[in-house]
Write a protein of this length. Structure first.
Length: 332
């Protein structure tokens, strides 16, 4: 395979911090690369930009396919930019790794926003790595922050496990819901609702307005039944229409109000600190898993062990312990 052309760490760091979009995109490719030789470069870039990160409002946006995510982000993103911000939108599509097809679709998404010089839109590789769907998204977000994007949206499809990972890397979690579709129809798990700092009922226009208002009242009641969030924030519900461009100012106001209140009571920084520590642990876990499953002798042994476990010749626990003990001894 042809070796990718790489710049020096300094060139990436200077390019990113001087808000050069082209260098930013190249640096993201380095971060997303699974090549061994890019690992060190990634670490150097991340260390070099560290002092320029952390200044953005990080917002997770989720909802089932068809709820109107890309249309919402297209309109809402422009509202954010009108308020003087630079916006990065990172989209995670967990389906793209399972099949060639993709839930987010091949259609052109967020065309207008993509042309806005204050917006940067990037699908982030879901990757086949064991690290899971969002394994590189967090680093990509840090790079965007260092490149001057002071609002970051991370969009996921609200059907999988990626929401939990995304919730662990954002300050605010926005759930998009359709009116009158029923929770089960929307594939939204209670756990996802519990993570929401706000719910936006989408497509509240035309014949749908009344239904949307009813849904708003229902969700507001449902949210009251959940235990109070750690920062003392009570989740808000708003009706929105991306088509009619309504509700956008209100949703942005909720987010800035949240930020102000959570900074004032210390929760904002408390959550960031906890997220950093959690991230370190999840990188350790990913790394150990990868080391384990990439070890050649383990791969061979696994085939035998699977067979013996399947035919109940050896208890699964004992097989696992044998493999782990082999893994521990492999370098001694
Ligand atoms: P996604 O799959 O969640 O990204 O959803 P899309 O943004 O692609 O929207 C799905 C469909 O809903 C499209 O046909 C949109 O035109 C439509 N849609 C999105 N937002 C609105 C809205 O505010 N009002 C109405 N009436 N339709 C909308």
């Amino acid at each position: 395979m042809r070796k990718a052309r790489r710049l020096s760490p300094k060139a990436y760091i200077e390019g990113i911090t001087s808000e050069d979009r082209y260098i930013l995109s190249q640096a993201i490719s380095v971060i997303e690369s699974n090549r061994k030789e890019d690992n060190e470069l990634s670490e150097e870039i991340l260390a070099g930009i560290q002092n320029h990160t952390g200044n953005a409002i990080r917002v997770g946006i989720t909802g089932v396919p068809g709820v109107g995510k890309s249309t919402f982000i297209e309109t809402f993103g422009q509202e954010v930019i009108r308020n003087g911000h630079k916006l990065a939108v990172l989209t995670i599509d967990p389906s793209s790794q399972l099949s060639k097809g993709s839930i987010l679709g091949d259609k052109t998404r967020m065309e207008e926003l993509a042309m806005n010089p204050s917006a940067y839109i990037r699908p982030t590789a879901s990757g086949k790595s064991l690290g899971g769907v969002a394994s590189k998204t967090r680093e990509v977000m840090l790079l965007c922050e260092a490149a001057g994007y002071d609002v970051v949206f991370i969009e996921t499809v609200g059907v999988g496990q990626s929401e939990t990972s995304v919730h662990g890397m954002v300050d605010f979690f926005l759930l998009l819901m359709l009116a009158g579709a029923g929770d089960e129809l929307q594939g939204i798990k209670k756990g996802i609702m519990e993570m929401a700092d706000a719910i936006a009922i989408t497509k509240a226009d035309g014949d749908n307005i009344q239904r949307a208002e009813r849904a708003k009242a229902e969700y507001q009641n449902a949210l009251h039944l959940f235990p109070m969030a750690q920062g003392g924030w009570i989740p808000k519900v708003k009706t929105t229409s991306a088509l009619k461009k309504t509700g956008m100012t209100e949703v942005w106001h909720i987010i800035t109000d949240y930020r102000q209140k959570m900074i004032a009571n210390g929760f904002w920084h408390h959550q960031r600190r906890a997220q950093n520590i959690d991230w370190m642990h999840s990188v350790i876990k990913d790394y150990l898993l990868k080391e384990f499953y990439d070890t050649v002798t383990i791969k061979k042994m696994l085939v035998q062990m699977e067979e013996q476990v399947a035919t109940e010749k050896i208890p699964a626990t004992n097989a696992a312990k044998k493999l782990l003990s082999h893994f521990n001894d492999r370098n001694s």
